[in-house]
Ligand binder design. Structure first.
Ligand SMILES: Cc1ncc(C[n+]2csc(CCOP(=O)(O)OP(=O)(O)O)c2C)c(N)n1
Ligand SMILES: [Mg+2]
Length: 346
């Protein structure tokens, strides 16, 4: 396989999907932004235990990719995982319940923000260990290959996670075994409070190319370009042409986590304003939808209001919902096994 890098930076102006798909992409991005605004409020109001990492600003990455997937395709996620979860089809109600530790949450309230998994939509879960999901994603792709299925796995991770050795072990295996996996590196310019160029030497896509994996760098604020590339690579994975690697250039609007309020010692307000005002993925796509005649400004406002209302109801539901019973404390911690069939070592 010959390695190649291609940089796509402009939104496609020619529509290739239908109105329904485009409006769904908009809705999904707006749902992520709304989820995060509410999660931030819950934290600030002292109603949520622990910290959470906001995905706002990066919506086009998760939505552009997940809209190219089916429920039977799988994803693995990160500590900044709410966006992937919503984009892969999760419901607000179970997500807010999980955030608040309630029994009706996706993990019965035991996972919280950094461990939401939604197997019903193929989301194998968020992961607080940076780079920790890379082995899971590659294993999921190996499983698909061994079973002769055509599902594809997307592994989301950040620029900081490229410093983890696991990435190089799994890319080697995936390339040798032609696995149907797409490594999606969300390069938001920072790993915690350090700029990417201070933690990652050289080119990020070249890391994948070293293994003969086709790698792409793309504007992660352009949902149409991301979706177009993802659709092509997913089809090629189903056709046994994987693995692939995409570096998506994006930006997180909030701090590293919700408690990271004073950020000027590592990035300027001017830089944040520039990304928000000039490159916002939702505003940009909204403009395109109106320009192409898919929706009027009024219709978009009414979609926004409906999403806000949905989120408000789900938050109220989650606040009033029950915590798990104390008897559940070790539920799902230990697996039911038959000692007679257990094999140790090998
Ligand atoms: C193995 C491991 N090392 C360190 C940390 C602490 N940590 C949490 S997030 C993070 C930065 C991750 O940066 P990046 O991968 O770029 O993701 P981003 O937060 O920018 O989305 C670090 C170092 C961790 N959770 N796990
Ligand atoms: Mg980062």
């Amino acid at each position: 396989m010959t390695a190649k890098t291609s940089t796509k930076t402009k939104a496609k102006t020619k529509p290739i999907l239908g109105k329904e798909e485009y409006l769904r992409m908009y809705t999904q991005m707006a749902r992520i932004r709304n989820f995060e605004d509410n999660a931030n409020q819950l934290y600030l109001a002292g109603k949520m235990q622990g910290l959470t990492h906001m995905y706002s600003g990066e919506e086009a990455v998760a939505v552009g990719i997940c809209e190219a997937l089916k429920d039977s395709d799988r994803i693995t996620s990160t500590h900044r995982g709410h966006g992937h979860c919503v984009a892969k089809g999760a419901n607000y109600k179970e997500m807010f319940c999980e955030l608040l530790g309630k029994k009706e949450g996706y993990c019965r309230g035991k996972g919280g923000s950094m461990h939401i998994a939604d197997q019903s939509h193929g989301n194998l879960g968020a992961n607080a260990i940076v780079g920790g999901s890379m082995g899971m994603a590659t294993g999921s792709a190996l499983r698909s290959k061994l079973l002769g299925k055509d599902d594809v796995t997307v592994c989301f991770f950040g620029d900081g996670a490229t410093a983890q050795g696991l990435l190089y072990e799994v890319m080697n295996m995936a390339a040798l075994w032609d696995l149907p996996v797409i490594y999606a590196c969300e390069n938001n310019g920072y790993s915690e409070y350090t700029k990417t160029e201070e933690i990652a030497a050289g080119s990020i896509t070249a890391r994948a190319e070293a293994f003969g994996i086709e790698a792409f760098q793309i504007d992660g604020q352009d949902v149409l370009a991301v979706n177009e590339l993802a659709t092509e690579l997913v089809a090629r994975c189903r056709n046994n042409e994987g693995p692939f690697f995409i570096e998506l250039l994006t930006y997180r609007y909030h701090g590293h986590h919700v408690g990271d309020i004073n950020r000027e010692y590592y990035r300027s307000k001017q830089e944040e304003a520039d990304w928000k005002n000039n490159r916002d993925p939702i505003i940009r796509f909204r403009g395109w939808l109106v320009e192409q005649g898919y929706a009027t400004e009024e219709e978009i406002e009414s979609m926004n209001n409906e999403i806000k209302e949905d989120a408000k109801k789900a938050v109220a539901y989650a606040e009033a919902a029950a915590y798990p019973d104390i008897s559940e404390v070790d539920m799902h911690v230990y697996a039911e096994t038959d000692p007679a069939t257990l094999r140790v070592g090998g």
